[in-house]
Write a protein that binds this ligand. Structure first.
Ligand code: SAH
Ligand code: SF4
Ligand code: F3S
Length: 470
């Protein structure tokens, strides 16, 4: 029977990939995607636990969904509410106590069991899935996958063993696990066959990737297991040979795991895009130590120098936390100095949010909210100025743009530059999914606009004046 599922995704790209895979798991059961929760038999919230605000959003959404569920049940329709993702993993059964409308709770390493969990929820009134490690998941997920479009995510690594003192991820995603290289290559080939041109390899610590190499005998989905281990640099070089895969990216990286082979890949692999998200969190060595990042600000600057030597046009982005416990004005000034020294094309910055169960939440020297807000505003002002300067420097250049979605206006497409900028361009629908050279004419704080380089140029200004005068 035709049924429908509505999936709402919060948090990072890994959740975006997981949501797509949940839909793949449900497709053989007759579920198609619904656009709104009102028309769905099954509602899934794929949640994020990283900051308090992210987790709280889920409970306010559940209040709204409870009313939708009641309405549907009164009309004799199905209405199952499931909470997935990192809040589900962190809170488990507790979620049902706080929000009794929830039928099903399952974490990031349990969604391959979704059909079975749904059956159990129907039978017993509720079900919980809280596997902690990803090793069983990928073997069970279906090969069949709906296309994510021209630009797609592919999870190659899960979990985190780093235990930064502010972060919940090691507790919600479990231990580091890398998928075998043969499975990654096979999935990439299927994606390309389905129309994907750009793949972003995902992992909480993607550059800690250490996947079983494809075996000399066997190969296949699981790999033969007698070829050793591949790091991310090797995986990227092999992916670059996949016919039709034009662009490769990876995210998120830890500065400590930026090894020589991966840096060399930036020099040697043209398909590896010249843009890297390399979170540093702070520019103060004292704070970096308290965060358990295990690198200094100078280590980070040296890594950036080596990357830029390998790929001179590399643009960087980063994450920053302000107001970590014990952060002084002097520590914060060091963060601003690091930002000035590196120069970012883009960045995310956050006020420190104390997360239950993490070491920093118990630390002395919690920073008052007003101080955090002041520092965040100052940091964001600097980062926004750098981003605007980076975008403005693109005016007058022609760059390849992967046109991956329709624009808001008819006759307009939107794409991504090699440096992750959104580029708006007048182009026919037939160009969707292709890479086109675009001459950049305008820049805003966070996007670019231009015209197809192979389209006739707009009439020069004096011609326009003439036409107007006529
Ligand atoms: N794996 C990535 C980060 C994942 S979380 C990495 O190692 O960089 C994404 C970002 O959220 C982090 O980089 C950090 O800047 C921010 N973040 C994580 N925990 C936070 C907290 N407790 N308060 C504020 N920001 C946090
Ligand atoms: Fe969190 Fe640190 Fe792991 Fe990133 S490396 S996911 S910030 S613990
Ligand atoms: Fe959030 Fe979990 Fe990603 S906590 S950032 S959804 S790994």
């Amino acid at each position: 029977m035709q049924k429908s599922v509505y999936i709402k995704t919060y948090g990072c790209q890994m959740n975006v990939y997981d949501s797509a895979r949940m839909a793949d798991v449900l497709a053989p059961r007759g579920y198609r995607r619904a656009e709104t929760p009102d028309e769905a038999d099954l509602i899934v919230l794929n949640t994020c636990h990283i900051r308090e605000k992210a987790a709280e959003k889920v409970y306010s959404e559940l209040g709204r969904l409870k009313r939708i569920k009641e309405k549907r049940l009164a009309a004799g329709k199905d209405a199952t509410i499931a909470v997935a993702g990192c809040v589900a993993q962190a809170e488990g059964a507790e979620m049902r106590r706080r929000a009794p409308a929830v039928d099903l709770v399952f974490g990031p390493q349990s969604y391959h069991r979704l059909p079975e969990l749904l059956d159990r929820a129907r039978r017993d009134g509720s079900a919980i899935g809280q596997e902690f490690e990803a090793d069983g998941k990928f073997d069970t997920l279906p090969e069949e996958s709906a296309s994510q479009g021209p630009s797609a995510f592919l999870t190659v690594q899960e979990g985190c063993d780093k235990f930064c003192t502010f972060c919940v991820v090691p507790y919600t995603r479990g231990a580091e696990f890398s998928r075998p290289a043969a499975a990654v290559l096979a999935e990439a080939r299927r994606m390309v066959a389905g129309g994907t041109r750009e793949i972003a390899l995902l992992g909480q610590n993607v550059n800690a990737y250490a996947g079983e190499a494809p075996g000399k005998i066997g190969g296949g989905n699981g790999g033969g297991g007698n070829g050793g281990v591949w790091g991310l640099g090797r995986l990227i070089r092999e992916l670059a040979d996949v016919e039709g895969l034009d662009r490769i990216r990876y995210t998120t990286s830890h500065p400590r795991d930026m090894d020589d082979d991966l840096i060399a890949a930036h020099a040697k692999v043209p398909a590896l895009m010249p843009y890297l998200h390399l979170p540093v969190q702070s520019g103060s060595d004292r704070i970096l130590a308290a965060m358990n990042r295990k690198h200094t600000a100078d280590d980070y600057r040296r890594t950036v120098d080596r990357l830029r030597a390998a790929r001179p046009d590399l643009a960087l982005s980063s994450d920053f936390i302000v107001g970590f416990p014990g952060e002084t004005d002097e520590d914060f000034a060091a963060t601003l100095r690091l930002v000035n020294a590196v120069g970012y094309a883009q960045a995310y910055s956050f006020k420190y949010s104390a997360r239950p169960g993490t070491p920093a939440a118990e630390a002395d020297g919690q920073v008052p909210e007003a101080v955090k807000a002041g520092r965040l505003a100052a940091l964001q002002q600097l980062l926004e100025a750098q981003q605007a300067a980076f975008n403005h420097a693109c005016i007058g250049r022609t760059m390849p743009v992967l046109l991956d979605r329709p624009g808001r206006k008819p006759g307009q497409l939107v794409g991504r530059s090699p440096w992750m900028q959104a580029v708006h361009v007048a182009a026919p629908d037939g160009r969707l999914g292709t890479i086109a050279d675009v001459a950049i004419g305008r820049a805003t704080a966070n996007s670019l606009a231009g015209r197809l380089a192979d389209a006739p140029a707009a009439p020069p200004r004096d011609r326009v004046e003439e036409v107007r005068a006529a």
